[in-house]
Write a protein that binds this ligand. Structure first.
Ligand code: PLP
Length: 360
C-alpha cells in the first residue's frame, strides 16, 4: 500500500499518473517499445513533447510571447545560466534573499556578474519575506531575481512583487502551478519539476521572448537559451521519460480542474495543518511570520527536541513518510504539494493530535 509521502522533493506524484506510466511502460501506444526507448526526434515522442507544452501553457496560462523549455540540469543550473544569458559581463543584477534557495541562486551567479542584494530577511532567520516595498532596486540591473517559495524555510511571497518595469525572474521550483499566476508579470519563471510538476530530471523555463535578444555572456551553445528555444529543447537528447511523466502530471492537473481547483485544495490543506500547529497549546510551533507562511512547505518544531525521534518513527509506522525537517533548520517539515491529497493532511493532523496527547 502507498503511504502519504510528505517529501520536499523528489515528492509524491499523483497515483493515476504512476499507474498510467506503469501501464504504458513496456508498450507505448501499441509501438511494442517503451516511450523511453524511442527517438526523441521521431513523430511519436514529438507529439508527446508538444502536447506537454500545450497542456502546461493551458494549465498556467502562458502567453504566446513566452517560450517554454524542458531541460535537464535542474533549477540550480538554471540559476547559473540566467546570468550567462540575460546579463552582460560584470553587469549588475539584483537578488532578493528570503531563504536557502535564494542564497543558492546568488552563489551561482557570482562568477559572472555583479550581484547586489536588493533586500534580505536573513536577520530574522528567514522567518519572513522582505516586503517588496522595501526592495532597493538598481536602475542599471539586468534583472531582479527572487524565490517565490522557499522550500526549506517555508516562507512564500503570496503576490507577484511589483518591480517597476524591471525584468523579474522568479524561482517557482516549489510552488509552480499551485495557484493562478499572472505570467505576464515575469521576464523569466523557472522550476525544477520534482515538486509540483513531475519527476526530478527535467526543469521548466518560461522566458519572455524579448529577453532572448539580449547578448549575455560568451557561452557554449549548450548553455544558450536562444539555441535551446530554436532547437525546441532538443539541442541534445532531452530527458524524454521525465518530460513524458511531467506531461501526464499536467493532464492530470487539468482533468482535476486546473490551478484554480488546486489553489482551493492547497489553501484548505495549509489551513488545516497550520491550525493543528497553532492550536496545539505550544506542543508544536511554526516560526514563520503569519503573512509569509508557505502553502507548500510547512516546517514545524516539537516543544521538546527529545521527542523528535519518537515523532518520526511513530509517524512512519502510521504511514506518514518523510516528515524530518531539512538539516539546515532541524525539526519537522511537511511538504504538501498539489499531489498530496487532503486526506493525507487530515491523516497527519490526526496523528499530530494523537501524538501530542500521548506525549504531552
Ligand atoms: N530552488 C528551489 C526553491 C528548490 O526547492 C530547489 C530544490 O529543492 C532548487 C532551487 C534546486 O533545484 P535542483 O535540485 O533541481 O537543482
Amino acid at each position: 500500500p502507498r503511504v502519504f509521502n510528505f517529501s520536499a522533493g523528489p515528492a509524491t506524484l499523483p497515483e493515476p499518473v504512476l499507474q498510467q506510466a506503469r501501464d504504458e511502460l513496456l508498450d507505448w501506444n501499441g509501438m511494442g517499445a517503451s516511450i523511453i526507448e524511442i527517438s526523441h526526434r521521431g513523430p511519436e515522442f514529438m507529439r508527446v513533447a508538444a502536447q506537454a507544452e500545450a497542456d502546461l501553457r493551458e494549465l498556467i496560462s502562458i502567453p504566446d510571447d513566452y517560450a517554454v523549455l524542458f531541460l535537464a540540469g535542474g533549477a540550480t543550473t538554471a540559476q547559473a545560466l540566467i546570468a550567462l544569458n540575460f546579463a552582460d559581463p560584470g553587469q549588475a543584477v539584483d537578488y532578493v534573499l528570503s531563504g536557502h534557495w535564494s542564497k543558492t541562486a546568488l552563489k551561482q551567479v557570482r562568477p559572472y556578474v555583479d550581484p547586489r542584494i536588493a533586500a534580505t530577511s536573513e536577520e530574522s532567520g528567514f522567518r519572513d519575506v522582505p516586503p517588496p516595498s522595501s526592495w532597493t532596486l538598481s536602475p542599471d540591473a539586468a534583472y531582479v531575481h527572487y524565490t517565490a517559495n522557499e522550500t526549506i524555510h517555508g516562507v512564500e511571497f503570496h503576490d507577484v512583487p511589483d518591480v517597476d518595469g524591471a525584468a523579474l525572474i522568479g524561482d517557482f521550483s516549489s510552488s509552480i502551478a499551485s495557484a493562478p499566476l499572472d505570467v505576464s508579470r515575469f521576464g523569466v519563471l523557472y522550476a525544477g519539476a520534482q515538486k509540483n510538476l513531475g519527476p526530478v530530471g527535467v526543469s521548466v523555463l518560461i522566458i519572455r521572448r524579448d529577453l532572448l535578444e539580449r547578448s549575455g555572456q560568451p557561452r557554449a551553445e549548450i548553455l544558450d537559451y536562444r539555441a535551446h528555444v530554436r532547437g525546441e529543447s532538443m539541442l541534445n537528447t532531452p530527458p524524454t521519460w521525465n518530460w513524458y511523466l511531467a506531461g501526464l502530471v499536467f493532464r492530470w492537473m487539468l482533468d482535476e480542474g486546473g490551478v484554480e481547483e488546486f489553489a482551493r485544495r492547497n489553501a484548505r490543506k495549509a489551513a488545516l495543518l497550520y491550525q493543528a500547529i497553532d492550536g496545539s497549546g505550544g506542543f508544536y510551533r511554526n516560526e514563520v511570520a503569519f503573512g509569509a507562511r508557505s502553502r507548500m512547505n510547512v516546517p514545524f518544531f516539537l516543544h521538546d527536541d527529545v521527542l523528535n525521534a519518537a515523532f518520526l518513527s511513530e509517524s512512519k509506522a502510521a504511514g506518514l513518510l518523510a516528515l524530518k525537517g531539512h538539516r539546515v533548520l532541524g525539526g519537522m517539515r511537511a511538504s504538501i504539494y498539489n499531489a498530496m491529497p487532503e486526506a493525507g493532511v487530515q491523516a497527519l493532523v490526526d496523528f499530530m493530535g494523537d501524538f501530542a496527547r500521548r506525549h504531552g
